[in-house]
Design a protein around this ligand. Structure first.
Ligand SMILES: [Zn+2]
Length: 272
């Protein structure tokens, strides 16, 4: 296979990803400051100076400015180049995946399926980074994700691709998961997990489907426990210091989406 016909579009998608990543950074920062997602110009976190377009070029500006604001010389959050780079990689992965794992060949899902997963990935990126940075899961992001998942799955059902029965199972699973998370939140008085996690599990359960969501939730708790123990032992965190749970839920969701079905079948075979 010739590599150039793949590389040139891949580079194009990487650059598009960088630009989108730059926008996601704005969304993350404005979620943290509780500002509007779309209106207003970008400004420095520390000195408030408006950021000129030439200081806002994804990745490059961070490198050229050596990670410091042009005006006040204070450090720019490392989340900027990280989110930009990750979104760039996400877009290349998505482009490669167009030929590998987006299987719906029925119009309009040839286009809708890849776009849906790209949008889901972008929203999950915002939630992941915001939770890591400030221990908050933005309500707006959860609402956007919920609306996206429900509308997409309704469209899938309307087209006969998804069985209404599966959607009902997912809805019931969602009720169980939300109740379970709410109980945990209530019993631990918000120290185990936050109310944001309780809200986030709703669209994630719908996304994963039932019983695959069980795999995702289990994985999140296992990974969270391991990371929690490791970081306490390594002395990075004190026992009472919170560890954001949203990122583990998102990693668990990805595991469930990729292997959930296989793990559930394996487990059922194991039992019977
Ligand atoms: Zn500044």
């Amino acid at each position: 296979m010739a590599i150039l016909p793949f590389l040139i579009p891949a580079l194009f998608f990487f650059i598009v990803g960088l630009v989108i990543g730059s926008f996601l950074n704005v969304v993350i920062l404005r979620s943290i400051r509780d500002e509007s997602w779309v209106t207003g110009r970008s400004h420095c976190d520390v000195c408030g100076a408006q950021i000129a377009w030439y200081d806002n070029v994804p990745l490059l500006s961070y490198l050229i400015l050596r990670g410091r604001c042009r005006h006040c010389k204070k450090a720019i959050s490392i989340s900027h180049p990280v989110v930009e780079g990750l979104t760039g990689v996400l877009f290349v992965w998505w482009y490669a995946g167009l030929f590998l794992f987006f299987k719906l060949t029925q119009e309009p899902f040839v286009v809708l399926q890849p776009l849906f997963w790209l949008a889901v990935a972008a929203i999950l990126m915002v939630i992941f980074v915001t939770d890591v940075l400030v221990y908050v899961i933005p309500d707006k992001a959860v609402v956007a994700l919920s609306a996206l998942v429900v509308v997409y799955q309704l469209a899938l059902m309307y087209s006969g691709i998804m069985q209404p029965r599966d959607f009902m199972w997912a809805l019931m699973g969602m009720a169980v998961a939300v109740l379970f998370f709410f109980s945990l939140w209530f019993i631990t008085r918000g120290r185990g997990l936050g109310l944001g996690d309780v809200k986030l599990i709703a669209p994630l359960t719908l996304l994963m489907g039932w019983p695959s969501a069980v795999v995702g939730i289990f994985s999140a708790f296992i990974i969270g426990a391991v990371i929690g123990v490791v970081s306490v032992v390594a002395g990075k965190k004190k026992m009472k210091q919170p560890i954001p749970f949203g990122p583990f839920l998102i990693i668990g969701t990805v595991i469930s989406l990729i292997w959930g079905h296989d793990i559930v079948s394996w487990y059922l075979n194991f039992l019977y």
